[in-house]
Design a protein. Structure first.
Length: 196
């Protein structure tokens, strides 16, 4: 990795840290430059604007997530175990960069169409990968219990559901269960679906 890329990564790491503290709308390039000990004008050698920096952060994060998912699906193990491992993987990602699953995603989706386009492309790619893996795993089954595309869509959105602010704000006993209970039941659904 060259020096320029190292500096870009350092800036993006600081951006993520500052977003988690202040939110996407309040973060400034000055916050980031102070954090890494660089003049704010020097940041413009790496990113032309705050939006360009945020796009780079989104791209880096989504690429890392996509690569992690691909590695899991390339493993030689039963399909339901790969789906369960994907859930574990996303829980680990949430623990490491949880801000992307809460305020950051909500802010991004509401502020700029370009951010929405990037996230939509990632979600579509994940759904397609899951659907293909599911279809391949059951190609010799005379009777398929689940619709691969529908199951894959539910799987992807099911992972994001407990982490979106809208649903977190509705988190009352009458409306939605705890995040832990939701994820546990999601895992149970996968196990039961593949057991039939």
């Amino acid at each position: 990795m060259d020096n320029r890329q190292k500096k870009r990564d350092m800036i993006l790491d600081s951006a993520l840290k500052n977003i988690s503290k202040h939110g996407i709308r309040k973060i400034t390039l000055d916050d980031i430059s102070k954090d890494i000990g660089m003049k704010s004008t020097a940041l413009y050698h790496y990113f032309k604007s705050k939006d360009e920096m945020l796009l780079a952060l989104i791209d880096r994060t989504l690429n890392e997530m996509s690569e992690g998912e691909k590695k899991i699906f390339q493993q030689e193990k039963p399909i339901h175990l790969r789906f369960l491992e994907i859930i574990d993987y996303h829980e680990q990602v949430r623990d490491n960069i949880g801000i992307l699953y809460t305020n950051f995603l909500d802010d991004l989706l509401s502020t700029a169409p370009l951010f929405r386009e990037r996230i939509t492309k990632f979600v579509h790619s994940s759904i397609q990968m899951y659907s293909e893996a599911f279809s391949e795993a059951f190609k010799d089954q005379p009777k398929m219990v689940l619709n691969p595309a529908a199951f894959s869509t539910i799987f992807v959105f099911g992972q994001f559901l407990p982490h979106m602010n809208f649903f977190l704000n509705l988190n009352t006993p009458q409306i939605i269960c705890s995040q832990e209970a939701l994820i546990a039941e999601f895992r149970n659904l996968i196990i039961r679906s593949f057991a039939e």
